[in-house]
Design a protein around this ligand. Sequence first.
Ligand SMILES: Nc1ncnc2c1ncn2[C@@H]1O[C@H](COP(=O)(O)OP(=O)(O)OP(=O)(O)O)[C@@H](O)[C@H]1O
Length: 298
Amino acid sequence: MISIVNITKSFGKKKVLDNINLELDKGKILTILGPDGSGKTTLIKIIIGLLRPDSGEIFINNINITKNISSTRELIGYKAQEFSLYQDLTISENIRFFGNLYSLSGKELDEREDFILEFIGLKSFKHRFAEALSGGMKTRLAIGCALIHNPPVLLLDEPNVGVDPASRKSVWKLLRELTNSGKTIIVTTPYFLEGELSDKVVFIKEGKTVLSGKPKELLENIDFIVYKIEGENLQNFYFDLKKKEFEFKYWLKNEHIRILLSKNEEFSKISEKILVNNNKTVKIDKPDLEDIYLWHST
Ligand SMILES: Nc1ncnc2c1ncn2[C@@H]1O[C@H](COP(=O)(O)OP(=O)(O)OP(=O)(O)O)[C@@H](O)[C@H]1O
């Protein structure tokens, strides 16, 4: 459905995207994961035709949209990272405004507005001003606005940044309903857990694809072990570890330190070196997508 072929883009001397290739089938969600500055937004902007790639092509339904930029209007609904709803317009007015931009009017616009209000679960709030909405409601409204012209493809740039975890879940539920009805969705996010909810993930680092695949398969085919160290004074312990410049991968995450070792490295060999004492406990932990990203990208 969507094919991204050899996309490369530089700003001045800086290569921001380096030969990106991706395929996504109809009715699926692709999540682009990567830290700030890795090139996610640049790729999205190229797909919607806001930026021209230096080389490469993008196809949606076999239409070369890099050559037919005008076709992106119909094919794609887009929610930008800094999406600005009109704060002094109501939910209903925001949706109708976007409808006007897509030349919808009269009965057609009324019906579309009604459908979207129902779909995003904001019908009973339709006269509420956008500025008075919670983060999750704003995101749902923004997705509704991007859907106004019923495009087959939806591109959402970091839709859940600044949204609480419960509302993030409701946004993902909405996305899944959309794919069940045949829409194809690309999402960017810095939250690795969101990747697990999608059909396909791609990890991008410094403009390069580190790894891509189905989250379930990536999680089932892991060639490392995650050790979780808990205990008191972990921050100091972590900074002590840093001074020793170990080669293995470790970092401080929430309330613990994570250490990744390949399956043939024995933890006992390093446990002496890192002086895990009585104040610390070591457990094997379930790997997640962030572990996979760090394993492959550092
Ligand atoms: N118009 C531009 N001119 C010059 N450099 C740019 C431009 N747009 C982006 N960049 C640079 O390209 C790199 C990738 O930026 P991009 O916004 O695509 O990353 P990102 O992964 O979306 O990060 P973020 O989550 O912070 O938006 C960054 O180093 C950024 O500074």
